[in-house]
Design a protein around this ligand. Sequence first.
Ligand code: EZ4
Ligand code: CO
Length: 415
Amino acid sequence: MLTSCRGETRSDPVATIERAEVLVSSPGRNFVTLRITTSDGVSGLGDATLNGRELAVASYLQDHLAPLLIGRDPARIEDTWQYLYRGAYWRRGPVTMTAIAAVDVALWDIKGKVAGLPVYQLLGGRSRDGVMVYCHASGTDVPSLLADVDAYREKGFLAIRAQAAVPGLSGSYGVRKGKLYEPAATALPDEQAWNTEAYLDFAPTYLAKVREHLGFGVHLLHDVHHRLTPIEAARFGKSVEDLRLFWMEDPTPAENQDAFRLIRQHTTTPIATGEVLSSIWDVQQLITEQLIDYVRTTVVHAGGITHLRRIFDLAALYQVRTGSHGATDLSPVSTAAAVSLDLTVPNFGIQEHMGHTPETLEVFRGSPVLKDGMLYPSEEPGLGVTYDDEVAARYPYDPKYLPVARRLDGSVHDW
Ligand code: EZ4
Ligand code: CO
């Protein structure tokens, strides 16, 4: 029996991590992917994409985490998580938590392959048959929004998010130009105009038209995208109560968790937040004081499967359900990891799913399958997603930034 200074006690030689490669490519958009390979030749993938700040995470992984991974036991997922989190000394933050997430998800992928089981089986097995997703309908005006809603309904979606361009404003979040919504579209940040009054006047009217058009048989969602103050969000939530939204998303920035209390005091419109938050500490008060209904932290930006499960378990105690972020900037590896967790947790709510471009799906093969508004996991061992290096080589990194919003007087607003 060997006892090392790392506290490892073992009787048999185990496989070790031999390689950790950081793969940066832009098939349709930028993705950072971590591939860990063991001495037994098993490899696992983790998504490490942080939109608009990709290379910060690539460097964190390449320069600071890869040297720590070589020689470690890939089976020790929790220990590796604790080692990387506590060992950094510097706590939380999207760059750190995305890098740790990539390692964590790659190790779950490896564990599944070694066990010969899909990752959702390792997490306790199915709690449900499939995962309800919501899609993104948008329009430059109300008629085009309604047409888009119809197109998604015909595809069988059970839940639809609706966003329309506010008349006269270039900076309305969520309005698609091409086939998929892609906000990180320019080599330097696009500066877009924002006017809260115009939004607050317009948004409830178009949501009412969508609800009237849809009826109550399909879930309707809306993303405020951090644009309102708490009292404005309270007014918005109150004004759409009769429309019975599934949720209003990110009504106000969430750095100050206490701010949600004011919204809560005024409206029964359900609240979802968390896509930009990276740890359990960032949502602790929101959950334990029941200031939100859905927690939107994701597998890639909140420390991987290991940490997200911890967040979801805390949320379950307070009847807060899950509603993970799932925009195009989360790679198919994240979709697979998210679906594995969504399938198993008792308090699943909904999963965002925007889909990916054909170029993305050429590089990342084997994503979960979408059918009648639900995602179903791969039954392959691990996460079931592969990365094609040869195809990826055709799509080199292409620097892109998210937009910046400015109020009409020129001052910076939350985008
Ligand atoms: O703006 O993923 O709900 N989805 C969203 C996304 C985010 C992007 C940022 O990279 O708010 O569209
Ligand atoms: Co959002």
